[in-house]
Design a protein around this ligand. Structure first.
Ligand code: ADP
Ligand code: MG
Length: 621
């Protein structure tokens, strides 16, 4: 329950709807309990018209409105037939009245809960976006999604239906019991006795049902994930002829789901009969005990009818007690999960008064070490490097040597565990994150494109503010323009599931175009030509040569682009700087670089025409 306090600020935000809604709930119930009283009155009038009827010993007390109505009917001195007709019409009008109020009750409270749901989803989404890379590494997307959808809708059950039913049941039980007590205290206590048992039974049954449904939900999600994965990997399944095994696996999961669902159906089957039983017992008690009393005092006949109607009216609210309670419990559990994430604060944040400089000047790594927090992997150790403004740097190294880590540290996806990184003399931690990331382009190793048009993907960083010329020029630099223009819809072609399936190389080049269009001062290419053929690779490198003339560039790769003259080549090994220098220096050094270079040359000679390692003459030019 404590957890749910987090949504109470929203009740305050929508306080008008909240209070008006409660007013509607209470008043609709007030009108609901008037009808049984009129029915009771009619029954007594009918009884008086029966042959041999004795006048009543007492006159049962009535509600203010009902009392007023009865005295009005009596003053009219209408015939018996008319009296019945007037009462019937009034009962009908009361029902209509109640219906209208219930309409407004839903319109206020349920609509309020939808507003709260909307606000809450936005709040969570916004918070998610603030969280840093490490958070996303340690939590699954499915979990994030669930908390934003499933859990939010459970909390909505609290701010909407549960609230409404709770106020409703309090009001209705209050009005009914008040009216019953006024008529007959003894009979009331007797007939109400079974109802708490009903409420408790329903609560228990409901809790079991919820637990079971949760299990079923989890099984279902397993089943869906299982099926989804097999459809994504259908080619692997087919080529390894594993259809039968996969079907067996699916059947097993499906079987578990079925068993639980059948179990749930069994419990649900007890639900309504047990409710009917309790109500039946109450009704029986009313008629039995009330009947005995009516033998003494015939005016009780109307009361018995009235009581039977109340008992039946109470069925729903009493069963709603258990139901509402378990709904609130579930909402609290969900809100707890939501709060867990909402209270997670990003570790990468702006300083109190962050700087907003133009990102230029030398990039300096001073004794930088970095360990990935959740795995303890030491990705960088005592790394020192100065990249002068406008320099083009080639960063080489085996997979896992820490190249991408350097890129991520430069964009401040993580902060170094020790040491310092600065640009133009400003420590990265002093620079406002937005300023930094806006001016540094990072073309990532794993290309991700949105299910959107090619044009929108390229202009993503400019939030749609890019002109057509700029988009085309960027695509041109990335050597992908001709291919895009060859698509059926050109730059308006949809990418991904709803559109064309791009090759790995096309995706990489679109991602490069997306990085170039920002026109940044610093640009990092992280192994983003790996899926591009050698000829295109050369073409892009050539284009970049022109494009990059005044920019600082860090090109991360596992191949040597010898057609391009880098100011400095850095070789990383196991998180440490292994070699550094120009092509000639490194060749003389005869280390990893020289070895890789010679390997590439042999490859080229053995028939990889147009390979990027275009020979020493290109380098020394
Ligand atoms: P490279 O880009 O040179 O292939 P990385 O910088 O990606 O290397 O990785 C360096 C080391 O850090 C590797 O051992 C890798 O397994 C580890 N690593 C990379 N990313 C993460 C991460 N997000 N969480 C934990 N460890 C990581
Ligand atoms: Mg990498």
């Amino acid at each position: 329950m404590k957890q749910l306090r987090a949504v109470h600020k929203y009740f305050w935000k929508y306080r008008n709807r909240f209070f008006i809604g409660i007013f509607f709930v209470v008043s609709s119930n007030y009108f609901a309990v008037l009808a049984p009283q009129i029915t009771g009155y009619v029954v007594n009038e009918v009884r008086l018209h029966l042959p041999g009827a004795r006048p009543a010993l007492t006159n049962p007390p009535h509600d203010l409105l009902v009392g007023w109505f009865i005295s009005w009917v009596q003053r009219m001195q209408v015939s018996f037939g008319w009296l019945i007709a007037l009462c019937s019409i009034t009962i009908l009008l009361l029902a209509v009245m109640r219906g209208i109020l219930m309409f407004f009750m839903r319109q206020t409270i349920i609509v309020m809960s939808r507003h709260i749901e909307y606000d809450q989803k936005n709040e969570i989404y916004q918070h998610y976006q603030r969280l840093d890379t490490n958070f996303y590494k340690t939590h699954s997307t499915g979990d994030l999604m669930n908390r934003m959808t499933e859990d939010v809708s459970r909390v909505r059950m609290y701010t909407g239906p549960a609230l409404m039913y709770f106020v409703n049941l309090i009001a209705l039980i209050g009005f009914c019991v008040y009216n019953m007590l006024r008529k007959d205290v003894h009979l009331t206590l007797l007939v109400l006795a079974p109802l708490p048992i009903l409420a408790i039974t329903i609560y228990v049954v409901n809790s079991v049902i919820n637990k079971k449904s949760e299990k079923i939900q989890a099984l279902l999600s397993d089943l869906t994930t299982n099926a989804q994965e097999s459809f994504s990997g259908i080619r692997v399944i087919k080529s390894f002829v594993q259809e039968k095994a996969m079907l067996g696996f699916f059947k097993k999961n499906s079987q578990a789901y079925k068993q639980n669902a059948v179990g749930l159906a069994r419990i649900e089957a007890i639900y309504f009969p047990s409710m009917a039983l309790m109500i039946g017992i109450s009704t029986l008690l009313t008629i039995w005990v009330g009947g005995m009393q009516a033998l003494q005092d015939t005016s009780k006949v109307g009361t018995i009818v009235e009581f039977v109607i109340y008992i039946n009216m109470l069925t729903f609210p009493v069963s709603a007690i258990g139901w509402t309670a378990s709904m609130i419990q579930r909402a609290a559990a969900s809100q707890k999960r939501i709060n867990e994430f909402l209270r997670t604060e990003p570790t990468i944040v702006n300083e109190h008064k962050p700087l907003k400089p133009v990102i230029e000047g030398d990039i300096l790594f001073e004794n930088v070490s970095f360990t990935y927090p959740h795995t303890g992997i030491k990705a960088l150790q005592h790394f020192n490097l100065r990249i002068k403004q406008g320099e083009k740097i080639l960063l080489l190294g085996r997979t896992g040597s820490g190249k991408s880590t350097i890129a991520q540290l430069l964009l401040r996806f993580y902060d170094p565990s020790s040491g310092r990184i600065s640009i133009g003399g400003h420590d990265l931690r002093q620079i406002e994150l937005h300023t930094l990331r806006e001016q540094v382009s990072y073309v990532q190793q794993d290309v991700f494109l949105f299910s959107d048009t090619v044009a929108d993907n390229i202009s993503f960083g400019l939030a749609g503010a890019a002109t057509r010329e700029r988009i085309e020029a960027a695509a041109g630099f990335a050597s992908v323009r001709k291919e895009i223009e060859g698509f059926n819809h050109g730059f308006a072609t949809m990418v991904g599931e709803r559109g064309v399936t791009l090759s790995g190389g096309q995706k990489q080049r679109i991602a490069i175009a997306r990085g170039l269009i920002k026109d940044p001062h610093i640009i990092i290419f992280d192994d983003c030509l790996s899926a591009v053929d050698a000829k295109t690779e050369n073409e892009i490198i050539g284009n970049l040569y022109r494009y990059l003339h005044d920019k600082t560039a860090l090109v991360i790769t596992h191949r040597i682009f010898s057609s391009f003259r880098f100011d400095n080549i850095i070789v990383l090994d196991n998180g440490e700087l292994a070699e550094q220098g120009t092509h000639e220096e490194l060749m003389l050094n005869n280390g990893y670089y020289a070895e890789l270079y010679r390997l590439q040359l042999t490859e080229e000679k053995s028939g990889r025409p147009g390979s990027s390692a275009t020979g020493a003459n290109a380098v020394s030019s």
